[in-house]
Design a protein around this ligand. Sequence first.
Ligand SMILES: Cc1cc2nc3c(=O)[nH]c(=O)nc-3n(C[C@H](O)[C@H](O)[C@H](O)COP(=O)(O)OP(=O)(O)OC[C@H]3O[C@@H](n4cnc5c(N)ncnc54)[C@H](O)[C@@H]3O)c2cc1C
Length: 463
Amino acid sequence: MAEGGHYDIVVLGGGSGGYACALRAALFGKRVALIEKDKVGGTCLHRGCIPTKALLHAAEVADSARDSEKFGVKAALEGIEMPGVLAYQQGVVERLWKGLQGTLAQRKIDTIAGEGKLISPTAVQVDGDAVYTGDHIVLATGSVPKSLPGLEIDHERVITSDEALVLDRVPASAIVLGGGVIGVEFASVWKSFGADVTIVEMLPQLLPLEEEASAKVLQRAFRRRGIEAVLGARFESVRHTDSGVEVTLAGGKTLQAEILLVAVGRGPVSAGLGYEDNGVAMTRGFVDVDGLCRTSVPTISAVGDLIATPQLAHVGFAEGIMVAERLGGLEVRPIDYDGVPRITYCDPEVASVGITTKQAAERGISLTSVDYPLGGNGRSVILQTQGSARVIAEETPSGPGRVLGIHLVGSRVGELIAEGQLIYNWDAEPMDVASLIHPHPTQSEIIGEAHLALAGKPLHFHA
Ligand SMILES: Cc1cc2nc3c(=O)[nH]c(=O)nc-3n(C[C@H](O)[C@H](O)[C@H](O)COP(=O)(O)OP(=O)(O)OC[C@H]3O[C@@H](n4cnc5c(N)ncnc54)[C@H](O)[C@@H]3O)c2cc1C
């Protein structure tokens, strides 16, 4: 038997949630073991955030070349060479991966390669061999792509994001099943690369968790780009054809394409890992936690996609840090998940923080709101992007109260939501933001202008 060891904290899974916890705990002088069966960085670095955003950046470069004449620049898009795109993408991933490994080593975290299994409330066995014990265990085994009952992923024509990220060609045509963040981002990339793309979404809007008005703006923009979205459509079956796949929807409509990307969500990695056997309460494969990421077993915490909180890398970071601080003896507060910024990096981007109009109605909150079109923003006109900004605030007898939601659509608006999250999380009111000066000409003026309008002193705004 290989030698294990005893640690203050044993973290199972080296993705965003797990490694953030390890990095923060090490700063408290904790001895930490980080057990990872594949590569530290997990989904986000190797199969998620980073490689997709590299593809989306290459897509933006392709669009710039294709649209160059609009700006009086003579250039031509001759084609997309996927090996070149993948080499660029891998270069980005490798560089960040190397950096992460260096940081883990520098903080003296023991990274242990192998598949871990919980064998007691204080012990993890790796590859059925060495046992690592900890005063505390943090479960962070993340998630993998899900499918639908009867829908078999063959990894060639019927694929998930894992295969789509490393596809060595641009498909002539693609059906994307699922109009959530992942589906919409791949649809955007493939369209920019020249594919015919159809998105099939069961609910009546793309990005079902986003503000309805944002989804409408995105759907219009996608229509203009030639991306078809079949909404309110239920998948029934898929079969292979000579040239690809044929998808049948409820009601009998059929769609043909070279490939089908299944992007219907991600499920937790928890089966067979000894969680339930050791008393960890679970619901549908997710580990149950309280507001401080404590499980039903006092020595065990859980973070990231393994728990039923928003499946975002920065949520995993925040949960991992919170657990490390709690174990380090700091006073911690539950995360306000409404205050987590969300970005979909398609073209145009969709970004939001806070609650939607629908959620406000469900919670019985009266709202006041403004919609500021990007057509009134100099920088957005220069970029030739269309879109909108909606800011919603609580309606009070004395006028607009706390800002409750910021919902943006347009090229590059993802970068603006960082200001949005300060506004939401610091309980700002429109007047607080209206008094701040935004630099001109920037897209950040959209935020300033919307709050000026809400505060009753619109500038470039047709009330
Ligand atoms: C295509 C795509 C795009 C995305 N884009 C974004 C984005 O732009 N922004 C964003 O915020 N989020 C994005 N996400 C989501 C983000 O990647 C996840 O929310 C995040 O990676 C979750 O972190 P985690 O640590 O919980 O799990 P993971 O990153 O999945 O890490 C879990 C780790 O545990 C390891 N593991 C599992 N079981 C064991 C075991 N038994 N023993 C040892 N190791 C084990 C796995 O190998 C993995 O490395 C994207 C996801 C996908 C798929």
